[in-house]
Write a protein that binds this ligand. Structure first.
Ligand code: FEO
Length: 171
């Protein structure tokens, strides 16, 4: 049975993951508006992955006899100055999520909740990937700024992610 403190913190994390999905969907919408379909597809895939993360937490609470309580999802920004600023914001956001996951792992340890600590290991590993994938694109966008024609090549490259099965990526 899940304890009340861990249950509450996991419910908060469901909200943080759903906000992440909203944030990346807002970024997808701006990329769609800019006719950068590859970037938009990358962000859509990322949004779907965040919903998978939220559902993992949902299932963990349920499986351990807890109660999922959904909270209001904050509205994300709707405009960014450039693709680079968007991916820099995505990276900054992932760093916040990493800190939240680390705090959850600390709480699980304090509460001696071994199933939660074990479960969170997947998220700890995932956050390494999350930060890396956003940072990789930031680095590419920095190079593209020196040769703007490259933006469309990068758009094609990122669009390849959308053609893979995004919902399965979080498994
Ligand atoms: Fe659910 Fe992007 O971390």
């Amino acid at each position: 049975m899940i304890g009340k403190k861990v249950e509450a913190a996991f419910n908060d994390q469901i909200n943080a993951e759903m906000y992440s999905a909203y944030l990346y969907l807002a970024m997808a919408a701006q990329f769609d508006a800019m006719a950068l379909e590859g970037f938009a597809g990358w962000m859509r895939a990322q949004a779907q992955e965040e919903m998978v993360h939220a559902m993992k937490l949902y299932d963990h609470i349920q499986e351990r006899g807890g109660r999922v309580i959904l909270q209001a999802i904050e509205a994300p920004p709707s405009e960014w100055d450039s693709p680079r600023v968007m991916f820099e914001d995505a990276l900054a956001h992932e760093k916040v999520i990493t800190q939240r996951i680390n705090d959850l792992a600390d709480l699980a340890d304090q509460e001696k909740d071994r199933p939660a600590a074990n479960f969170l290991q997947w998220f700890i590993d995932e956050q390494v990937e999350e930060e890396k994938s956003a940072d990789d694109v930031v680095q590419k966008l920095k190079r593209v700024e020196k040769a703007p024609g490259m933006l469309y090549m990068l758009d094609r490259e990122l669009g390849q992610r959308a053609s893979t099965a995004p919902a399965a990526e979080g498994d």
